[in-house]
Design a binder for this molecule. Sequence first.
Ligand code: ADP
Ligand code: ADP
Ligand code: MG
Length: 460
Amino acid sequence: MFKRILIANRGEIAVRVFRACREMDIEPVVVYSQADADALHVQLAERAYCIGPARSADSYLNVDAILTVAQATGCDAIHPGYGFLSENAEFADACEAAGITFIGPSGDVIRAMGNKAAARKLMQQAGVPVVPGSDGAVDTAEQAKALADSIGYPVLIKASAGGGGRGMRRVYDPEQLTSLFEEARSEALSCFGSGELYLEKLIVDPRHIEFQILADSQGNVIQLGDRDCSLQRRNQKLLEESPSKALTPELREKMGAAAVAAAKAAGYVNAGTIEFVLDREGHFYFIEMNTRIQVEHPVTELVTGLDLVREQIRIAAGLPLSVKQEEVPLRGHAIECRINAEDPAQGFRPCPGKIDFLHLPGGCGVRVDTGLYNGYQLPPYYDSLMAKIIVHAPTRLEAIRRMRRALEELIVEGPATNTDLLHQILHHPDFIRGNCTTGFLEANLDTLLAWSGGGEVAEA
Ligand code: ADP
Ligand code: ADP
Ligand code: MG
């Protein structure tokens, strides 16, 4: 097993990985930017090293600085968390070249899945259903137009290097295709440094269903059940749960098998996620594979009782999976809410600032993953995720009630948060019935915001 792991991340996920290391008797080494000198992961760690200025490009994406710290401190592995360098194939290669284990799949696998247009092809060859769309990248708006005419509107323009819901455009009207194509290209270029685009049929009002998989270096691949991440704003997840109410046992079985086949086709090793959209008729389609630990991984941890970061570390150290497929328990229901420093009433404007007072929920079946503490100053340079509240209960309705009371206990004084909005979602009849599709939040936003402004609360 590794002696010392460098955690190449910040915020709640740096704390999360730190905890797994401590429990495994591995010494965590953390890094931070000049803006994060007071961050929780820095305060917890005995060994913390500044790797550059606030801007991510100069610090958390600074490969040389991170590798220099890893080598100088004798780290034998690096955990990249999510975001930042986690899906950067060159970084994985650079770790390998430096003789340091990257806790994730190989650079080649990251590259293969990181190009989403190419990943579609690979999945198609492996017999995994993909959304009807382009065969690889689409170079020009004219090509896109011809293709859209043949697959039929509406279509979705997507970035091959995309992530975080960026670089996507829905096209309902052929007249708008050219301008939206150019918009998507420039957003993709500025977000990902690549303007490569591809095309998919837009599945109207789908559910987002994903499967957590684990694969070890001995060739064992298992799936740990599904997560329903349909509660989204601008293609970004806000609330996730497991298991999904949309799946029958037969469909769950079929999608789980497709997820395992997808991971095997990719030659995958480590923890990963296969994302699908599910249409109203029960057809499911692969959309992408995330080759890293995901923000919403705790939902799966609560229903399976497994520690996914621990599994990642074990796999990277060459150990076999600690469970077999038939031993994976899927117990009860789990829900996660992402608490963001943003103001829903003002177009979700990010609200960094000082945490004047903080009280976190607790009690039976409640878990909080966060980098916050009383008096902490949220820096404006990074994403707005402040905390994740995750609950577990025997049934979905009990989990909903538990999450409502957990959100009621949460007090954040200082920056605006989306807590009230989440609380209202948990009272909406469509959510309670388990009927929400990816369009739910945007379609109901006005009602939900009016409710959270102090209006009547719907009853379960
Ligand atoms: P998850 O499926 O785990 O919720 P998200 O899409 O929310 O993943 O991304 C998790 C984090 O990683 C977010 O901070 C997001 O901005 C960042 N991220 C995801 N993909 C990319 C990418 N290709 N480039 C840069 N950041 C990314
Ligand atoms: P990212 O890499 O940004 O996470 P994804 O390909 O996972 O991009 O898509 C993000 C979200 O966009 C999905 O969760 C889903 O809500 C929506 N989406 C993606 N592809 C389609 C599609 N073909 N039809 C309908 N919605 C889609
Ligand atoms: Mg995705």
